[in-house]
Design a protein around this ligand. Structure first.
Ligand code: AVI
Length: 320
């Protein structure tokens, strides 16, 4: 059952979504240029362990990960950004399969990121052939359709790094897993990375860092959302309070903001009262079993897993 605050939050985002026909409504507001720059700072924070953990695991496990990738597969990275981690897998593949056997397609909705991904990979993966390195400027699933169109009959190994699966709810995750499978078809692998449920103190610190960068990131998303809704209250923007809740029942970290005063959303019947909480972002944490369960329900077959106890990587296969 949703609390009345919960209902309001849902309605607030629903309003944004219907007005602007956004499917991933929260993420749009969080990751504008300023938000992306703040996120780049987050990943360097002492307290924010997931990014570093994933890099370390990729460094250690790449040789074992690629054992599960069929030679000649096309590596397709969803939301590749500047592709800072991808080289760890591509270099291992280059070593095993040589330049002629290594193919990459990076998908991102920022042309700027794709440009730097290309430069980055050509710098850090000597041997990667320019002609085997493609980029697709699109949302994930549209990009995946294009990757499939470019490589008919080849195995696609779809990388979904960065524990972004944690920012979707179960239904969205299932639907996303299903879509990847139906677009990729019978010759598809999905390599998905996710953060595991762990000590509450560590989780809280990761999302409520001592420098307040995550707070700025969330408030930037709030300012963008308010702007779109036509709620102009620059003076109040600073008055919102940031509150991180580690929700053990749902195994997720919740990033809330608390309204500093009453206000109406123009053109709607939505009113927010002083002290009301608005949920800006959720970062779900998994157990390996739960993650595999979701994949399984969506039609994927499990192939292999890697974990350091804090973080998990799963290689999934389309059914043969
Ligand atoms: C992108 N995603 C995996 C991040 C996370 O940890 O959930 C987003 C984030 N939000 C605040 N800090 C990090």
């Amino acid at each position: 059952m949703l609390s009345s605050a919960g209902r309001h939050c849902q309605r607030l985002y629903q309003t944004i979504a219907t007005r602007h026909q956004l499917s991933c409504r929260r993420r749009r507001y969080l990751y504008d240029a300023h938000g992306s720059a703040l996120y780049d700072k987050i990943v360097d924070l002492q307290e924010y362990y997931p990014y570093r953990t994933e890099i370390n695991m990729l460094k250690n496990e790449s040789p074992s990960i690629i054992e599960h990738i069929v030679p000649g597969s096309v590596i397709v990275e969803l939301g590749c950004g500047s592709a800072t981690k991808t080289g760890l897998i591509l270099n291992a593949l280059l070593e095993r399969d040589g330049p002629e056997g290594c193919f990459f397609e990076g998908i991102d909705c920022s042309a700027e990121f794709l440009h730097s991904a290309r430069r980055n990979l050509l710098d850090t993966c000597p041997g990667l052939l320019q002609g085997n390195l493609g980029t697709i400027c699109a949302l994930y699933l549209d990009g995946l359709k294009e990757a499939r169109r470019r490589h008919p009959g080849k195995v696609l190994c779809v990388l979904w790094l960065g524990s972004s699966v944690g920012n979707l709810d179960s239904e969205q995750t299932m639907s996303f897993f299903r879509s990847v499978l139906s677009i990729g078809g019978s010759d598809t692998q999905l390599f998905v990375c996710a953060d595991l449920w762990k000590d509450a103190g560590m989780l809280h610190a990761a999302y409520c860092d001592s420098q307040g960068v995550t707070e700025q990131f969330i408030k930037n998303g709030l300012a963008n959302a308010m702007d779109v809704l036509g709620v102009h209250m620059p003076v109040l923007a600073g008055g919102w309070q940031y509150d991180v809740v580690v929700n053990a029942d749902l195994q997720q970290v919740e990033m809330w903001v608390v309204a500093p005063c009453n206000f109406y959303v123009p053109g709607t019947d939505i009113s927010i009262v002083q002290g009301e909480r608005v949920l800006m972002e959720v970062s779900r944490k998994f157990t390996q079993t739960r993650l595999r369960g979701l994949a399984f329900q969506a039609g994927w077959c499990w192939q292999a897993s890697w974990t350091d106890g804090k973080y998990s990587m799963q290689m999934l296969n389309s059914p043969r």
